[in-house]
Design a protein around this ligand. Structure first.
Ligand code: ACO
Ligand code: OAA
Length: 372
């Protein structure tokens, strides 16, 4: 058997035409992330990821309409969100369970035909925004807000979260964050989704599994970890001593480092710019300034670049989003990528089943229980 690679580093595990990372450049279906971040709506990116081409205007209008009109979630899920102790449950745990529950209320849940899976993809993408926002409101004793048909995805996400018309700058920032987080080749959660559905399990299982993988602090959970760190640091002058102490204790700095990018994450510069603008706007520029200090220090002392999670923390904070909702917001965006990969996996499926190199004892002598 060939040798193992810890964490599957550098292993090419599948072919995909959805996104690529080549020489530290990210593309979705060949289009540069820079062009998409500057020009595209999240809906446009969803269409691109699911169809491997950019939409025409009427196709984009249709997708926007379908997403907005499918955002309402079954009442049973809203009831379920009321049914446990929302003060202690992490929103990613609630989301994982609620998305799994969605499958119970979808008549096509077990239909494996390609068109049915596309219809389910729209429903899942639409409803995940409503689940995250309903959870956020219910735990504050507020009613969920119904989406507006005239709003785009980013507008509805903010509207359902805050119950008031979002400002243009907030919508722009949210849209860009959604575009930047939408897909990322074979990251851990996407790989999880593909492994799951490669058994020909259903689409809800795939997305539920992916949410579980995204939750961890080495992956999507890092954005919440970044804000926790910034809050603990409190003021700019404390940043370096705090970071040095963490490094001395061999602790990881959240939002820093990446398995694939060694020169830098191309998404981070957009989020950095947004962080500067938005933290100034809310009168809390210290979060941005602190982040820049940390980024520079880690670059100089560890040679590690900031990843997508680093500046997204202060961006989401500036948008007034609760810190434990940062990863669920990431999940809302990444659902588009998971669904694209799930559809691609179904279209060209083979069971994913690698091998393990056995390192346990060889032929130990068996003794019956009375002799051990
Ligand atoms: C959306 C995303 O998922 S982006 C990633 C989000 N995750 C984070 O931000 C968590 C912090 N970062 C990390 O833990 C890592 O950089 C990962 C998980 C992203 C990538 O890790 P890997 O490629 O597996 O690298 P690994 O964890 O093996 O680290 C290699 C070395 O760099 C160090 N290192 C890597 N990241 C960090 C970090 N953030 N802070 C301090 N040291 C780090 C490790 O301690 C290790 O050092 P050593 O060789 O002296 O033991
Ligand atoms: O690709 C990865 O390993 C992690 C990442 O940046 C992402 O999922 O966006």
């Amino acid at each position: 058997m060939t040798t193992t690679t810890k964490g599957l580093e550098g292993v090419v595990a599948t072919q995909s035409s959805i996104s690529s990372i080549i020489d530290d450049q990210l593309t979705y279906v060949g289009y540069k992330i820079d062009d998409l971040a500057k020009n595209s709506s999240f809906e446009e990116v969803i269409f691109l990821l699911w169809n491997q081409r950019l939409p025409k205007q009427d196709e984009l209008d249709e997708l926007k309409k379908e997403l907005a009109s499918n955002m309402v979630v079954p009442e049973a899920i809203i009831k379920h969100l009321h049914s446990y102790d929302l003060s202690t449950v992490h929103p990613m745990t609630a989301l994982r369970t609620a998305v799994s529950m969605l499958g119970l209320y979808d008549e096509e849940a077990e239909v494996m035909e390609a068109q049915a899976n596309k219809r389910k993809a729209i429903r899942i993408q639409a409803k995940i925004a409503s689940i995250v926002t309903a959870f956020a409101r219910i735990r504050k004793g507020k009613d969920p807000v119904q989406p507006k048909l005239s709003y785009n995805y980013a507008e509805n996400l903010l509207f359902m979260l805050n119950g008031k018309e979002p400002k243009e700058i907030e919508v722009e920032a949210m849209n860009k964050a959604l575009v930047l987080h939408a897909d990322h080749e074979l990251n851990a959660s996407t790989f999880t989704a593909r492994v799951c559905v490669a058994t020909l399990s259903d689409i809800y299982s795939g997305v539920t599994a992916a949410i579980g993988a995204l939750k961890g602090p080495l992956h999507g959970g890092a954005n919440e970890g970044v804000m926790k760190m910034l809050t603990e640091i409190g003021e700019e002058e404390n940043a370096i001593p705090y970071i040095q102490e963490k490094l001395d204790n061999k602790e990881k700095i959240m939002g820093m480092g990446h398995r694939v990018y060694k020169g830098g994450d191309p998404r981070a510069k957009f989020l950095k710019e947004m962080s500067k603008q938005l933290t100034e706007l809310i009168g809390e520029p210290k979060w941005y300034k602190m982040s820049v200090k940390i980024e520079d220090y880690i670059k100089d002392h560890k040679g590690l670049p900031a990843n997508v999670d680093f500046y997204s923390a202060s961006v989401y904070h500036s948008l007034g989003i609760d810190h434990d909702l940062f990863t669920p917001i990431f999940a809302v965006s990444r659902t588009s990528g998971w669904l694209a990969h799930i559809l691609e996996q179904y279209a060209n499926n083979r069971l994913i089943r690698p091998r393990a190199e056995y390192t346990g004892p060889i032929s130990p002598e068996y003794s019956t229980i009375d002799k051990r």
